[in-house]
Design a protein around this ligand. Sequence first.
Ligand code: ARG
Ligand code: ZN
Length: 893
Amino acid sequence: PTIYREQYTPPAYFVDTVDMGFDLDQVTTRVATRIKLTRNDATDDHTIILFGDELKLVSLTMNGTLLGKRDYELVDGNLHIPGAPDQVTLDIETVLAPSQNTSLMGLYVSSGNFFTQCEAEGFRKITFFPDRPDVMAKYTVMLRADKAAYPVLLSNGNLIEEGDLGDGRHYALWEDPFKKPSYLFALVAGKLVCQEETYRLQSGRDVQLQVWVEPGNLDKTQHAMDSLKNSIRWDEKRFGLELDLDRFMIVAVGDFNMGAMENKGLNIFNTKFVLANPRIATDIDYANIEAVVGHEYFHNWTGNRVTCRDWFQLSLKEGLTVFRDQEFSADLIGSTSGRAVKRIDDVRVLRQNQFPEDAGPMAHSVRPDSYLEINNFYTVTIYEKGAEVVRMYQTLLGRDGFRKGMDLYFARHDGQAVTCNDFRAAMADANGRDLTQFERWYSQAGTPAVTARMDYDAAAKTVTLTLAQTCAPSPGQEDKLPFAIPVAVGLLDNAGKDMALVLQGAPAERTNSKRSKPVHSLVLELTEAEQSFIFTGVTEKPVPSLLRDFSAPVVLTFDYSDTELAFLMGHDSDAFNRWEAGQRLATRYLLAMVGTVSADKTADQTAAATVDATLLIEALRTTLTDQSLGQSYREVILTLPSETMIAEALPVIAPQAIHGARQALRRALAQALQPEFIAAYSANRIDGAYQPDAESAGKRALKNVALSYLAELDDAPVHTLAQLQYDSADNMTDRLAALGALVNTSAPGRQAALASFYSEFEAEPLVIDKWFTLQAMARSTDVATVRELMRHPAFTLKNPNRARSLIFSFCNGNPSQFHAIDGSGHAFWAEQVIALNSINPQVAARLARSLDRWRKYPPAQQASMQEALRKVADTAALSNDVLEVITKALTEP
Ligand code: ARG
Ligand code: ZN
């Protein structure tokens, strides 16, 4: 049944303590749980509700009395015990079949080891329990298992005792000193080894840090350990938050639905976000590991110490923690242009994934109103848009004001399960601000559209900036009220310098006065449907720089001329907006080119010829050769908007024409800038051993983007260059870039390179994932090729990383082939969603999202998409996960 936020009621019973005993066995695991409950006297409800999901109950005892079928009700697999006393001790015995559990929720087996995943509602697959985040308890966990097969036994908190049981089995007793909701419970058991280190906190206290992996992977844990130490230090410095445990563990697992999980003291990670060394991991992997290790560590305060009252508040912890990990990564990079690249990367994720979500059938607000399956709401809206909402507080209140708000939030709510409103109240109260209107960022879905207009009055020396906002309807939300939007602006004079800003009617401290130094960037607060801001003392007509550093998650339009965009590309002091100007100009040409490309992809040469992109090409030449700019920054400027991004800018999506246009522009750039690309390639080669630092990574990024452009020329010299790089590279970043360049050309060595790559890395699952992904996204890969790759012995649908590496990469990352005119891609998609549905509903539901935007395609493609959606909808035994996604896709306009 659909769950509604408005229907929240406090629990009738709280849990004080939980004592669990596990007899771990792959076929049959026995779980004995003792729960001490106290009735919540704020309610007059005497019914204990224990959630269960596909559980086998062995026995249930209340205050020493065995309960029979007449003492409780079974409602959808949950137990309701009516008329319970105020103080209750329950003893519950359940049996589980971990080796049969392919959902990867609850207790499951991966490579012969035991793992758990309990967020959001996986604990109820282990025992009957008030499995809701506002029920927080202290846990003691006894693990028993065969010692030879499972030498390591881990759970949350501190290890109290361990020993042998005499019969070849052993035990470990763990106690978590902190109260926690059940979704933060975890256990791990198996053959694992760890890298460990004693680390001294700023306070002088020593803590034990461990990174657990399968034997053989200890050469891949150093970066995760370094990232963990950096995270601890950063949270102390930036937010005054200290690690509250004596022991902090990270465990890597190869079968995992998501990225990682912040279980108290025992974070469990997808191997993808732990294992790294230069041989197997790319620069992007290194950066992702740092971010995810940080993210999970930061959850210890934002999520664990202060948690969510209910799952509608998910962004309370996720949006805030993503914001924190974004800031952490930016602070570690340090350099201004490096920070800008990080910001650009984050905004790209938002535009590429969240903007389409916000405009599609699954659109929901940052704090949703209802759901059928909570797992479907671990979305880019909750995470990435949620992080933008948190960032806006910091933009409005300043870093210090934001910190004051955080301090008050912890002072008020440590140890509690709270709401997004509580967070907003802490920010408002700590700063004496009224943030009432800001609530709409939580309640209204959709991406606001902001239109800006500038009028210059030469006689009065004033600039009037008029900002207007609208937001299209979303499912269940026809009319939207104006958002409170911080719009950071600057004005550039004819020389490209920032003008000193004097805003009419603004308090002196916010703008220029004689005493303070000139203000070059100002945050305007747009709170109405339309508002004008007047700048005085403006002696020439400026070019405005708007929404600097992407100060709000909106689409801002301004009627720039091509020349103005090229000017901003060359001069804006805001590094984000210099990049933005380039993207705007490129998008403009690409959209014009899409109009000239026919459905026939081979027509792309004509498209380039009919659009004169000289202005863009010359601006990019200047960027590419500007040695004063950081390499990673030059790389992001040279990267054209993705096909998905172009698609979103069109009223009707024509995947093949988009692909053709983008390819044509890439080729035109390669031809025009060939000498500069060759020079950049040579200048950014690195002699000496691989280092993952931001500067070295930037050099590789620029060198490899040059290689990928040169590969568009598909001539013998670039074939040789790519082959040489492939053969001589000492690291995965250069290896993979070279392989990608080879595969997308007619280079004679491309098949041999693919084969040699496979045999070289056969024993490294994460690298084999890359091998599948590269082929899934190759231009020549069609559905038939993907089907063939699925028959490869290394392919399996059961491992989420592997399924994502091939199937998701094709369906989401190769749009012109996936949306083949004959509908074969759509039929393939339906087959895979159906197959995954019976293995792993969560993964299936993610793939089900690939046709969200079907209504934006031309009629012929709409028909095959609709047919595919109906085929899935008509499948028997569809999970709630898939059902919700497909139903919304078919019924929401
Ligand atoms: N809280 C985890 C993370 O962000 C994600 C867990 C999601 N799990 C799930 N089954 N939906 O950091
Ligand atoms: Zn998280």
